[in-house]
Write a protein that binds this ligand. Structure first.
Ligand code: NI
Ligand code: MN
Length: 226
């Protein structure tokens, strides 16, 4: 199993049999100009919330790949009204066994609205169990006590955490989050795309190193085995 970073919060998770794309925002990301969005292949698209930096390429990629869209009820209904047919709505606390793995939708301390003002339900994260590993995809979120529930009940092997600050946790809070969720292997996201989330990656790395934790920054287009 491997994960490839496409910038901001977009990742492609490749398992033996499936390709799950998370929060696609590639075509308008100046840092991801070298990624050919029209060539991305996936069978599933997982969306954490409706903000444009997580959904801007959902429609085109879902249609071209005939991919299954998994998100909250409101986001699924929004894309159904635009013409996406293959969908699976969930809500916070729900779990479902998909053919790509067992997915739990969890709380995220954030908002969720579409660029046109449409209601995007509640922001969420996911816990995905696949190929014997447990992966936590936090989505956009602030540090929240709810993460202790994840650490107590579903501690992940690896977690994708936002660390850019301003709209989400910064590196300090992401380190607290890693303690809350009881996870030592963190992949960073939601940084550097716009000036207000530009971060000092070396300082963030040192912060995690001091706590004997791994904070991984992937280059855009880089793959990482998990
Ligand atoms: Ni957001
Ligand atoms: Mn965001």
């Amino acid at each position: 199993m491997k994960i490839t970073y496409f910038g901001q919060s977009c990742f492609l998770l490749e398992t033996a049999a499936h390709r799950v794309l998370i929060d696609p925002m590639i075509s308008i990301n100046p840092l991801a100009k070298h990624i050919k969005v029209d060539e991305i292949e996936c069978d599933t698209i997982l969306v954490t919330h409706a903000h444009f930096d997580h959904v801007v390429d959902v429609f085109s990629i879902a249609l071209r790949n005939d991919a299954l869209l998994v998100s909250n009820y409101e986001i699924v209904e929004y894309f159904k009204s635009k013409g996406i047919v293959k969908t699976h709505p969930m809500n916070i606390g729900g779990t479902w066994s998909f053919d790509f793995g067992k997915l739990r939708m969890v709380y995220a301390a954030h908002s969720s609205s579409f660029a046109d003002g449409s209601y995007g339900g509640t922001a969420s994260g996911y816990i995905l169990e696949v190929e014997g590993k447990r992966l936590y995809i936090a989505g956009d979120t602030g540090l929240t006590m709810e993460m202790k529930l994840i650490g107590d009940l579903y501690p992940p092997d690896i977690a994708i955490l936002p660390i850019g600050g301003n709209y989400t946790m910064n590196a300090e809070d992401a380190l607290h989050a890693s303690h809350f969720i009881d996870c030592s292997h963190i992949i960073a996201c939601h940084f550097d795309t716009v000036p207000e989330i530009e971060i000092d990656k070396e300082a963030a790395n040192n912060l995690f190193k001091q706590a004997s934790k791994e904070l991984k920054f992937l280059n855009i287009g880089e793959s990482y085995p998990i």
